[in-house]
Design a protein around this ligand. Structure first.
Ligand code: B12
Ligand code: SF4
Ligand code: SF4
Length: 337
């Protein structure tokens, strides 16, 4: 454990391009009981790893021996991608965070750069890098580090920057102190996000039933969504940003009207490409998370909801794939009307 003076750390973070960051002490997360109740209500659906993460989330020291604090960063979605990265689909509705290279690569790499510099200043301290997939209650930590408040849409929101950012952490043996006053809650009487959610997934302020969330249904879930949910997914091919787009604290992203011919071409490709080819087409993109089977499932739902009769043949062929047969039959029926 070394000096709590955070200035060298701030300078290193800024040198690595971070402008929105803070520090929090590591402890049993104050909102752990909210997390436990959420799991008890089965709101996590098929994300069983979230249950397995419970004990590590309770005790962050289990990830790094002697860990005392977390350096928490919020990174806006990048607008430019590495030269050798090409977004796999440009005419389908893909959530903002997933339009570029997977942040599990680029954000981790940026944090590795930070740690390499920090080691020069703090040679006897240890560091552990995390983003998303580690058993850490990231929004709890980011809130305590002063990076924003937890909105009624469950996202962490900053007054100036909105919520279109990703969280990453460096756990460390250095002792750093959190701000005395966390970010005040600025939702007030607004309920725009709850009202706008097409599936009713925001069952109460700051409480989501993930089993109903389009982001879960199109990314995390390995299952086929129930019939009543499918029309509500609309043209969302991968993820959903509605409850953030309607939030007054976010600048509205400019969404160009999709080119219909291109939408059709991209869906046709997804529905008919061999799994291995599709998998290599989405390399290093967050779309890899759904794997080929999940993307085909999503493409069937979008094709049915957009009434794309031109895709009848491709969907008929997928009806022979056992995992997709029921949803293909459903889609073909939708295309009859
Ligand atoms: C599972 C998961 C999901 C699930 C469930 C989401 C959910 N709301 O619970 C699904 C697949 C639906 C999902 C969707 C999305 N996700 Co997600 N997801 C996660 C993951 C892995 C765990 C979240 C979790 O534990 N949920 C369970 C609930 C109970 O926990 P929680 O939402 O974190 O809420 C905590 C606090 O909000 C707090 N809390 C609750 N009420 C209150 C009240 C007060 C007053 C206070 C102070 C605190 C508080 O208690 C909770 C427990 O600690 C995190 C990464 C991580 N390791 O934390 C990313 C994460 C939350 N997701 C992220 C993103 C970007 C998304 C999407 C935008 C992607 C997309 N466009 O499709 C959507 C957003 C949908 C939404 N409205 O949340 C970011 C969020 C960044 C941000 N600004 O908030 C994270 C942090 C990943 C990252 N490293 O950047 N996600
Ligand atoms: S991401 Fe979409 S489906 Fe999920 S809670 Fe927000 S608006 Fe509802
Ligand atoms: S839309 Fe309104 S209620 Fe929802 S998170 Fe934003 S400010 Fe809060």
């Amino acid at each position: 454990m070394t000096s709590p003076n955070p200035q060298p750390i701030q300078a290193v973070l800024e040198a690595h391009g971070f402008t929105h960051f803070g520090f929090a002490s590591l402890q049993r997360p104050p909102t752990l009981d909210i997390y436990r109740q959420w799991l008890d209500q089965n709101y996590h659906g098929g994300m069983e790893y979230l249950r397995r993460h419970l004990s590590a989330k309770e005790n962050p020291e289990s990830l790094l021996k002697g860990a005392r604090s977390a350096i928490v960063v919020a990174a806006p979605y990048p607008e430019t991608f590495p030269d050798n990265f090409v977004a796999p689909f440009r005419s389908l509705k893909v959530a903002g965070y997933a339009q570029g290279e997977d942040y599990h690569f680029w954000l981790k790499q940026k944090l590795e750069g930070v740690v390499a510099s920090l080691k020069q200043h703090y040679p006897t301290d240890d560091f552990f890098i995390a983003t998303d997939s580690s058993p850490i209650l990231e929004r709890d930590l980011a809130y305590r580090a002063g990076l924003g408040w937890v909105g009624k849409n469950t996202c962490l929101i900053d007054q100036k920057r909105g919520s279109f950012f990703l969280l990453g952490e460096i756990l460390t043996t250095i002792s750093l102190s959190a701000p005395e006053m966390p970010h005040p809650d600025r939702c007030g009487t607004c309920t725009r996000c709850i009202d706008a959610c097409p599936t009713g997934a925001l069952v109460a302020p700051r409480k989501m039933d993930a089993r109903l969330c389009i982001s879960y249904l199109t990314i995390e879930s390995k299952d086929i969504p129930d019939q009543d949910l499918r029309p509500k997914i609309g043209d969302h091919f991968f993820g959903c940003d509605i409850c953030q787009t309607v939030c007054p604290w976010n600048d509205k992203p400019i969404v160009a009207a999709p080119d219909q011919t291109e939408t059709l071409r991209e869906l046709k490709y997804i529905l008919s490409a061999p799994d291995e080819e599709l998998q290599s087409h989405i390399k290093r993109s967050p779309l890899e998370r759904s794997r080929a089977i999940g993307l085909k499932r999503n493409a069937i739902i979008v094709a049915a909801n957009l009434k794309l009769h031109e895709l009848h043949e491709e969907i008929s062929l997928l009806a022979k794939e056992p995992r997709l047969s029921e949803i293909s039959a459903w889609a073909l029926k939708q295309l009859q009307h």
